[in-house]
Design a protein around this ligand. Structure first.
Ligand code: ADP
Ligand code: MG
Ligand code: ZN
Length: 479
């Protein structure tokens, strides 16, 4: 069999996290009772007029500048005409001729190393409503809450060659958008959606094959399976001497196969024309430079800085910077602690562990940075045992408890009361003549048993080093 190469380009829709819709004042909030976030504009009533939400342009500019795009400082909206019940105006307001951003790129990293994926363009548009097919009542219902929610569509060049590259690209876009705060990019909730354009060609050929477009992909796993399935389907056709038809296909992740939805439509099928209700947009140099200077420190820069500043291995620095929220919480905690490296350890172990146990997203973590810093301080000063500190941290993590007060109230502070410690050691030795004999006979392993017993009696409020010292002394006295 011949050797084939897969060629993939993506169209990614990202829902922007503005408070209100793109052309009216309705809420963009996800969910809500059907048709409660609606008005004459977003339900396409005759005579209603759209008014552009400036925040949408600002967010699109942020996304464009963060992906090294060039900006069309004079840009316009166009009407894309098609009939479908989730589209009440019978056209979607989008951008065709002068999209806001073009010619950008992002760098991705896969097991094969670094690679650049070029972005052809990025345009603003409105989302459609949602059809709900009620099989029980045998009818379809429509909810316009999503109608008019702002989107940017990011169109890549056909630069990707594998599912691994596609996923790295999507993760990169998601990370950038989340750092910018312009979208939460949740595939499951549909705030990030990817259409996969795929063709195959013989290795060595410099011509592209005919592509198909796959829709309905709502997880990275589904995307990977769809790519594999479509690649095989196309290769099989070519091997049989048939041709690939340019069409839109729907991937059914349960059946792990796709079927044709419709033949591919061209721009001319949509009868695009400039929207007469919306004036062109002029984007000033000042606005661009203002947005450029407001861009945050992104993940890669943070990752490098963490390695230098906190001596973290690249892997750890990668984990701590995956979410901007987690990274900022870590930085704030490190900033108010005299043990910043210990703070990094606590995040890598306890914070991540509790997050996983609680099934939480990083964005849901809410504790006061000073609280964890104060706890670490007590541990380092040997005022609380490591074991108790973990219990106290659970309280901080779940209820944002003040650790100093908590340790005081629950009597968890290590007491350097050597009188109490000495009598406890003596008593434990008396109660365990067998192990004591073994210890005197030179069996050092029994030390661990005694330290454990004593720590338990002291309810963890003793410093293990001191326990060890006192224990050795008492044992010597009994020789
Ligand atoms: P349209 O607007 O008609 O959907 P475009 O030419 O703008 O078509 O391309 C849409 C997407 O398809 C882009 O992401 C592009 O990279 C990708 N694409 C174009 N040609 C191919 C091809 N032969 N193989 C794979 N992907 C392709
Ligand atoms: Mg397209
Ligand atoms: Zn509205």
């Amino acid at each position: 069999m011949k050797q084939y190469e897969t060629v993939i380009g993506l169209e990614v829709h990202v829902e922007l996290a503005t408070r209100t819709k793109i052309f009216c004042g309705c809420s963009t909030e996800f969910g809500g009772a059907p048709n409660t976030h609606t008005c004459p504009v977003c339900t396409g009533m005759p005579g209603s007029l759209p008014v552009l939400n400036k925040k949408v342009v600002e967010f699109a500019l942020k996304a464009g500048l963060a992906t090294s795009c060039r900006i069309n400082q004079y840009c316009k909206f166009d009407r894309k005409n098609y009939f479908y019940p989730d589209n009440p105006q019978n056209y979607q307001i989008s951008q065709l001729y002068l999209p806001i951003c073009h010619d950008g790129s992002v760098e991705i990293e896969t097991s094969a190393g670094k690679k650049t994926v070029r972005i052809h363009e990025m345009h603003m548009e409105e989302d459609a409503g949602k059809l709900i097919h009620d099989e029980w009542e045998d009818c379809s219902l429509v909810d316009y809450n999503r109608s008019g929610v702002p989107l940017i569509e990011i169109v890549s060049e056909p630069d990707m060659r594998s599912a691994e590259e596609v996923i790295a690209y999507l993760e990169k876009l998601r990370c950038i958008m989340q750092y910018l705060g312009v979208s939460d990019c949740k595939l499951q909730e549909g705030s990030m959606r990817a259409d996969v354009n795929l063709s195959v060609r013989e290795v060595g050929s410099d011509l592209f094959g005919t592509r198909t477009e796959m829709k309905n992909l709502n997880s990275f796993k589904a995307i990977a399976r769809a790519i594999e399935g479509e690649r095989e389907r196309q290769i099989e056709l070519l091997e049989e001497g048939k041709v690939v038809v340019q069409e839109t296909r729907r991937w059914d992740d349960n059946k792990e196969s796709s079927h044709a939805m419709r033949s591919k439509e061209d721009a001319k099928d949509y009868r695009y024309f400039p929207d007469p209700d919306l004036p062109p947009i002029h984007i000033s140099d000042e606005w661009i430079s203002q947005i450029r200077s407001s861009l945050p420190e992104f993940r890669e820069e943070k990752q490098l800085r963490y390695q230098e500043e906190f001596g973290l291995p690249p892997y750890d620095a990668g984990i701590l910077t995956e979410s901007r929220h987690l990274a900022e919480l870590f930085e704030q905690t490190a900033a108010c602690s005299v043990y910043p490296k210990k703070v990094a350890n606590w995040f890598m172990t306890e914070v991540l562990r509790l997050m996983k146990d609680q099934g939480m997203e990083p964005e849901q973590i809410r504790f006061t940075p000073q609280h964890l810093a104060a706890l670490i301080d007590m541990v380092e000063k040997k005022e609380v045992s490591g074991k108790n500190a973990k219990l106290v941290f659970e309280k901080i993590f779940l209820e944002d408890t003040d650790p100093v007060a908590y340790v005081q109230e629950h009597g968890l502070k290590i007491v350097e009361d050597t009188g109490l410690l000495e009598s406890t050691v003596g008593r434990i030795l008396d109660e365990n003549p067998g192990p004591l004999a073994e210890l005197l006979g030179g069996k050092d392993k029994v030390m661990g048993f005694f330290v454990g017993q004593i720590m338990r009696q002291m309810k963890g409020k003793a410093n293990p080093d001191t326990v060890r010292e006192v224990l050795l002394r008492e044992v010597e006295n009994r020789r």
